[in-house]
Ligand binder design. Structure first.
Ligand SMILES: [Zn+2]
Length: 153
């Protein structure tokens, strides 16, 4: 069992080295100066299982390889990344999830009708420069609109 666990860990480590190298090579080729990723440190602190998680390790490998190439790495708060439409910016509410996320891989914007694979939509949001500020302003705007609607009706 121990030998097998070692082999699996070794395999994951090798894979993560390959994937992170591929990502950094692509970034260099495209003259990308900043890489943005979800900040998983919050979950990692609470959950040691997630801290060992392959994705967390992949991020760490991307981070140090990026820094070697002078690429800046920014970790962003992943809240709302999957609920925001990457096309029009509308942020959906979790209680309406049945409509905008009818299945695990589907995203359908209830504001502009934009349809996209849910992971790709979220990835586009995560890659948007200054996304945390954009989300904050959008939430404030939607809250104002909702308040005004209550006045009218
Ligand atoms: Zn939209």
């Amino acid at each position: 069992m121990e030998k097998l666990a070692g082999k699996i860990a070794n395999f994951k480590n090798t894979k993560n080295h390959c994937w992170s190298r591929y990502i950094i090579d692509t970034a260099v080729k495209n003259k990308c100066g900043v890489i943005q990723m979800e900040d998983l440190s919050g979950i990692a602190e609470e959950n040691t299982f997630l801290k060992n998680w392959t994705y967390y390790d992949l991020q760490q490998k991307i981070k140090y390889k990026a820094e070697e190439k002078g690429i800046k790495v920014v970790f962003i708060d992943p809240s709302y990344a999957s609920a925001r439409c990457s096309k029009c910016g509308h942020i959906h509410r979790s209680y309406e999830k049945k409509e905008w996320r009818p299945s695990q891989d589907q995203f359908i914007c209830q504001s502009c009708g934009h349809k996209e694979n849910a992971d790709i939509n979220a990835a586009k949001n995560i890659a948007t420069p200054n996304i945390e500020q954009i989300i904050k302003e959008q939430l404030e705007k939607q809250e104002r609109e909702q308040r005004n609607q209550k006045y009218i009706s």
